[in-house]
Design a protein around this ligand. Structure first.
Ligand SMILES: NC(=O)c1ccc[n+]([C@@H]2O[C@H](COP(=O)([O-])OP(=O)(O)OC[C@H]3O[C@@H](n4cnc5c(N)ncnc54)[C@H](OP(=O)(O)O)[C@@H]3O)[C@@H](O)[C@H]2O)c1
Length: 257
């Protein structure tokens, strides 16, 4: 029972590991025993995190990654394999938002950046992971997509972001259906609001208190709220889960209309 959530002997790929939630999750995966390949564009920040984690005995590597660029993805997978061998787990965490924009005020570039990072990048990473899993003759793989409660609820000013996350939930379910024959499980973790670059426009605004009061638990999330749910999905404890969206939001998405 003690080892139910252990990741000992596993290799994990983690996108968007330079700041915010991804930076935190790198520590959670490492502490559970995984070797972790931290990917993002800001390699200096990844290297800082790798140095911190190696001080605590973690096996990690910092690798440049732009999830919008197929050549960068290939290079990232090659480098991660060279460091740790084939990956067992992929955490698709990289994500951006476009600032406070409605569908009327959003420019094409904002749409493209958000959809290419949050949705197309997640698909490209998942496809590469799954192809390599199959080509190596492996019979198991585990993909965790970081979604959001905005996948299923509405708010003004987050148009492309919410659309991208709705796509992430549906991508999760279809990849679960199609990946099962390869032994690949695909689940999503959908946090509510946690203070980071992605959420600070709202959480620093005058609306923040009203939003907090609308959450049944009356508080925003903290990084550590994701630890247990992440380990559930990343470990064999969730062996019979695929196609699930695990919501971690203090009840926000079931708040009263
Ligand atoms: N904070 C919240 O309230 C909240 C709630 C629900 C879901 N989420 C989701 O949580 C995930 C992490 O976001 P966060 O809140 O932690 O914000 P964050 O601190 O801004 O982190 C975003 C991460 O994504 C990386 N990234 C962005 N574009 C990338 C690209 N093209 N290629 C590779 N990496 C890229 C960034 O690194 P570089 O810039 O160095 O590349 C950074 O590490 C996102 O998917 C977000 O949608 C956040």
């Amino acid at each position: 029972m003690r080892d139910l959530f252990s990741l000992a002997g596993k290799t994990a790929l983690l996108t968007g590991a330079s700041t915010g939630i991804g930076r935190h999750l790198a520590g959670v995966l490492t502490e559970a025993g995984a070797r972790v390949a931290l990917g993002a564009r800001s390699v200096d920040k990844l290297e800082e995190r790798v140095a911190e984690l190696s001080d605590t005995g973690g096996q990690t590597v910092a690798l440049p990654l732009d999830v919008r660029d197929p050549a960068s993805i290939k290079h990232y997978f090659d480098a991660a394999e060279a460091a740790f061998g084939p990956a067992d787990i992929l955490v698709n965490n990289a994500g951006v938002e476009a600032g406070v924009k409605t569908y009327l005020t959003l420019e094409d570039s904002g749409w493209d950046d958000v959809l290419e990072t949050n949705l197309k990048g997640l698909w490209l990473m998942s496809r590469e992971f799954s192809r390599r899993t199959a080509a190596a003759g492996r019979t198991a793989g585990n993909i965790i997509n970081i979604s959001s409660i905005l996948a299923g609820r509405q708010q003004k000013g987050v148009f492309p972001y919410a659309v991208s996350k709705a796509g992430v939930n549906q991508a999760t379910k279809i990849m679960a259906l199609e990946g099962a024959k390869l032994g690949i499980r695909v689940n999503a973790l959908a946090p509510g609001y946690i203070y980071t670059n992605v959420s600070k426009a709202l959480l620093d605004s005058d609306q923040a208190d009203d939003v907090r009061r609308s959450i049944p638990q009356r508080r925003f999330g903290e990084f550590r709220d994701l630890d247990g749910p992440l380990l559930l999905l990343a470990s064999d404890a969730s062996a019979h889960m695929t196609g699930s969206v695990v919501v971690v939001d203090g009840g926000h998405s079931v708040s009263s209309l």
